[in-house]
Design a protein around this ligand. Structure first.
Ligand code: SF4
Length: 119
């Protein structure tokens, strides 16, 4: 893997960002080479960089310019999307049949996945 690819992969693997002084250590290269790689990635628009302090040292926080893919897993139960998403009904969650049904499906899925994990 090329150093630029490796740096980008490491940065992408840290959605919260990675400090530049952590990146060059992780890549086992010197800080000057790391700076050149970071400059190339910045010029290509693949990452963002902001000033930061890590363990008392001035450095940069590097993040992938790509937005992380949103996960809708928590909004689905039994193939059913959360009934609250886009709902325009007068809301009383404690009496809502739609919400109750959806929560029951969540519980069923949880029970099923727990029993499969025990097998
Ligand atoms: S609880 Fe029921 S009424 Fe309220 S937003 Fe969700 S689906 Fe709609």
């Amino acid at each position: 893997m090329e150093p630029e690819e490796l740096a980008l992969k490491i940065i992408q693997d840290h959605p919260e960002g990675v400090y530049q002084n952590q990146l060059w250590k992780e890549m086992e290269i010197d800080s000057r080479k790391c700076s050149r790689i970071v400059s190339k990635l910045l010029k290509k628009g693949l990452i963002t960089r902001e000033s930061a302090v890590s363990k008392g040292s001035k450095t940069y926080l590097l993040k992938s310019a790509e937005e992380p893919t949103p996960s809708y897993e928590r909004l689905l139960a039994g193939g059913m999307f959360s009934p609250c998403a886009g709902c325009r009904l007068p809301c009383e969650p404690e009496y809502c049949e739609h919400l109750t049904e959806w929560i029951m499906k969540l519980d069923e899925e949880k029970d099923t996945s727990e029993s499969e994990a025990q097998c």
